[in-house]
Design a binder for this molecule. Structure first.
Ligand code: NDP
Length: 625
């Protein structure tokens, strides 16, 4: 593959990407958003509970408290039950299990990671998802299937917000306090509070002046819009509606709002990449025919392709794997797996230049040997995105609108979207795209939204503006964690994350952290959570066998792990620096703290490392007493 064989000019595209990025970078970075507290607290109220639960406060001792009833908390509990550890309580702020899927019930909500990969424990539950890509109602139903199978409702404290967890050294227990005045003394606490759990609002001038109706997509107000997760939003028939934001959430709800509203204005700052979705029903026989172990093999196969691993067959074969096969395909014979993974991150010429100047990425072979291949990957990405941009031209009738909907950045700079109804929505006469060309809206007034001197009068503003990433851990979790000698987790991580395997941190004995930080992150997020759950169950089992009551990361092991994260984070630094801003790259500011990253070697390598660590059975790096 070389530049000459394309019908586009790679140099011109490179410049265009740079311009589009540069005009979006803001000095205020993450501070452009505001917390949903105070006058905005109503944005996070639970609209889905029928009646508020009434119960007495609880005071008790329990072996394990699991904070969070999303997939992470449910998997932790399921794997603990499998290991014979049953003395646990799950605390969840929502009215039921589901986490992300409990909150995100907006019309059209669905998952575009294949359901046969995304749904965990499929072989244990025997559940057959209806379609290749599931939707939010079915996912919530599946959460109930898991909850029933593992008796997770037993002892669960729903509609309960943890307010703090405090380590009591004399008792060797965490004191877990809640907004219902519960006091639980737990030996172990699992923090599975969700990386994208806290909705955020842009700090737009005049945002509190608006007199109409407003809500965030993660708290969809069906009482106002009518309809349900499948659409039919009859309450909007006589309403002028604004949707602010065009990320993965907006892409899914905009077609339904557009189909129902009197008029819909979509305020866009940066367009998403919208590829083909191609959903289809599940062949009922197919799952029955699968050999034991198929599920693990399938999700491993999927994630391997995503990091350039060599697989015999692409089992999932969809937009995700096609994109990665295109990126890595022509390299399969030329570069070993580790090099391909490095190249994935190193596909900018700037990186190669940096390498020449002495930058030493983690690789077994010299990067310069693969310089041409890095360039080829960049070209493959351009080619892929040219296809995505061409789709906007093919589908959207108005030329100017089609042009505005074209993303000019590398495909994995932002969350790629796969949708077949989003682009056609802009052909409806009652739908207008307001392209703010990277600027965002100027002001909100009592009656509407101002951009570029024009006021768009609306009855309702729907914020599809995403979730907090990169803010203080306790702020996102909604509670503080006070460890040994009262040190808080906010203090401990003020200068950057510091963990052992992403799960333990010194000074916080018997606390287990779930999530992508300093850990192996998968596009199939439930896969990472499942691996973390298996890991947790292993540690508690071995600690139990050894009679240990206190588990804490050793200083040396933690330092070494942080160093590993920093080394590997270098791989993605240049790629991220060239990307258009968003939560993937700290709003374009790059990561000043390279330890605030996921494990840069990719999830498959990380899972392998953890498996090897477990196989030794000595919990090396953890101090037991
Ligand atoms: P995102 O953070 O991805 O998107 C927020 C949107 O709001 C962006 O388009 C952003 O623009 C825009 N925005 C922010 N401030 C302003 C402003 N002042 N004016 C105009 N626009 C503004 O949040 P989402 O909820 O869409 O998605 C979050 C994540 O959830 C996804 O990345 C994905 O991981 C997951 N998800 C997955 C789905 C799936 O499986 N299909 C579906 C939905 C969510 P800009 O890009 O310029 O910052």
């Amino acid at each position: 593959m070389n530049a000459k064989s394309f019908n586009f000019d790679p140099e011109a595209l490179g410049r265009k990407y740079q311009e589009e990025r540069d005009k979006r970078v803001r000095v205020d970075g993450n501070d452009q958003y505001q917390e949903v507290t105070g006058e905005f607290a109503y944005f996070v109220e639970d609209p889905y509970i029928n009646s508020e639960l009434k119960r007495e406060a609880i005071e008790e001792e329990v072996e394990v408290v699991i904070i969070g009833g999303g997939f992470g908390g449910m998997l932790a509990a399921a794997r603990l039950r499998e290991a014979g550890i049953n003395d646990f309580r799950i605390i969840e702020k929502g009215g039921d299990f589901g986490g992300t899927w409990y909150w995100n019930r907006y019309p059209g909500a669905s998952c575009d990671i294949e359901s046969y990969v995304y749904f965990p424990l499929l072989e244990n539950t025997g559940f057959v998802p209806k379609q290749k890509y599931t939707n939010a109602p079915e996912t919530l139903e599946y959460c109930r299937v898991i909850a029933k199978k593992y008796a997770l409702h037993d002892g669960a404290l729903l509609q309960t917000l943890v307010t703090s967890t405090d380590w009591d050294e004399s008792q060797g227990r965490w004191i877990v306090s809640t907004d219902r005045q519960d006091t639980l003394k737990a030996r172990f606490v699992v923090h599975s509070n969700g990386p994208l759990n806290r909705p955020k609002l842009p700090a737009i001038k005049g945002i509190s002046d608006f007199k109409g109706h407003t809500f965030h997509t993660s708290r969809w107000d069906y009482a106002y819009t009518g309809g349900d997760a499948y659409g039919g939003l009859t309450g909007l028939a006589d309403k002028r509606v604004a949707v602010i934001g065009t990320g993965a959430t907006a892409v899914q709800c905009v077609p339904h709002v557009g189909a129902s509203a009197e008029h819909l204005y979509v305020f866009q700052r940066t367009p998403s990449s919208i590829d083909v979705r191609n959903n289809k029903p599940t062949d009922p026989n197919w799952m029955q025919e699968q050999a034991p172990g198929w599920h693990d093999e399938r999700r491993r196969n999927f994630e391997s392709i995503m990091v350039g691993g060599v697989v015999k067959e692409d089992l999932v074969s969809d937009g995700w794997t096609e994109a990665f096969r295109l990126l890595f395909g022509n390299l399969q014979d030329k570069a070993p797996s580790k090099a391909r993974m490095a190249l994935w991150a190193l596909t900018s010429v700037a990186s190669v230049e940096r390498y020449k100047q002495g930058f030493k990425p983690y690789m077994t072979k010299k990067v310069t040997d693969y310089m041409d291949l890095a360039r080829e990957m960049e070209l493959a990405d351009y080619q892929k995105m040219e296809g995505v941009r061409a789709r906007a031209d093919q589908v959207v009738e108005d030329e100017q609108t089609a042009e505005a909907l074209k993303p000019y950045y590398r495909q994995f700079c932002k969350r790629p979207c796969f949708h077949d109804e989003y682009l056609p929505t802009f052909n409806l006469p009652n739908v207008s795209l307001v392209n703010t060309d990277g600027k965002g809206v100027d002001q909100i007034t009592a009656d509407g939204i101002i951009f570029n001197g024009k006021e768009y009068k609306v009855d309702c503003i729907i914020f599809a503006t995403g979730f907090e990433v990169g803010t203080d851990y306790a702020r996102r979790a909604g509670y503080q964690i006070n460890g040994v000698a009262g040190q808080s987790i906010s203090e401990k991580w003020a200068d950057g994350l510091s963990t052992f395997h992403g799960m333990h941190t010194k000074g916080f004995p018997n606390a287990f952290f779930f999530g992508p930080a300093q850990s192996g992150f998968t596009a199939t997020y439930t896969y990472s959570l499942d691996e973390q759950s298996v890991h947790l169950a292993h540690i508690l089992t071995v600690a139990g066998e050894k009679g240990a009551k206190r588990i804490e990361a050793s200083e040396i092991a933690e330092k070494a792990w942080v160093q590993t994260i920093i080394e590997k984070a270098r791989l993605t630094a240049d790629f991220q620096a060239k990307c258009t801003p968003g939560y993937y790259n700290n709003e374009g500011k790059g990561n000043a703290k390279p330890q605030n990253n996921m494990y840069g070697g990719g999830p498959i390598e990380f899972f392998g490392l953890m498996k090897k660590w477990r196989s030794k059975g000595d919990l090396k790096g953890l101090e037991l007493s």
